[in-house]
Write a protein that binds this ligand. Structure first.
Ligand SMILES: [Zn+2]
Length: 57
């Protein structure tokens, strides 16, 4: 998988985070994304997946 650092992250690139800030530092997906969307197609779907975050009822 091709990950990028925060410094390499630019608009038009997927900002889906990997890892965590306390260890090796946050890295990002970096795939081309729609300018109107923060994530690439794959991660837009993941962000919208209902199973990812339980709804508060
Ligand atoms: Zn992505």
């Amino acid at each position: 998988m091709n990950k990028i650092t925060m410094e390499e992250l630019k608009s038009g690139m997927c900002r889906w985070p990997f890892g965590n800030t306390e260890d090796e530092g946050l890295s990002f997906c970096g795939k081309p994304s729609d300018p109107a969307a923060p994530y690439c197609e794959e991660h837009t779907i993941m962000a919208q997946a209902p199973s990812r975050r339980p709804k508060a009822t």
